[in-house]
Design a protein around this ligand. Structure first.
Ligand SMILES: [Cu+2]
Length: 142
């Protein structure tokens, strides 16, 4: 009870920062590898390769556009979630990003930690027929 009361005194921001440090520490130690999702865009189609994904684990989505056309990876799955995006040699940090555009033959890498289970849809806003989804399930880490 006393512990609960004390942690409530900490501001939300402080707790969040502390969580970040813990995450950074863990990933440097290599104790827990990132889980990886590959999304390839080819012939106006999203092709997704994913293992069963765990919640609360550092996740990386690698999106490769193999077409000669510009595409968009648009999704609501990052609502309220901090992300680190690497695209065209530029790293940007955001929260609640709605997705990103990929020029022809380009690759982008999104890093985040998913906390919400479920089916997360994504689509290309330029070509509305292009759709895909990622399934995030709550599997206990071993
Ligand atoms: Cu497209």
């Amino acid at each position: 009870m006393g512990v609960k009361r004390r942690s409530a005194v900490l501001s939300g921001r402080r707790v969040w920062l502390a969580a970040c440090f813990v995450l950074a520490f863990c990933s440097q130690g290599g104790a827990q590898a990132e889980q990886r999702i590959e999304v390839t865009i080819k012939d106006f189609t999203f092709v997704t390769k994913q293992a069963p994904l765990r919640l609360g684990v550092a996740t990386v989505i690698v999106i490769t556009n193999q077409d000669q056309e510009r595409h968009d990876f648009g999704t609501t799955m990052f609502d309220g979630i901090p992300t680190r995006v690497e695209s065209g040699g530029i790293v940007s940090y955001g929260r609640s990003i709605g997705g990103l555009f990929l020029d022809a033959k380009k690759e982008a890498v999104i890093r985040f930690t998913m906390e919400r289970p479920g089916r997360h849809e994504f689509r290309c806003s330029i070509h509305p027929n292009m759709k895909g989804e990622l399934l995030l399930v709550n599997v206990e880490a071993v």
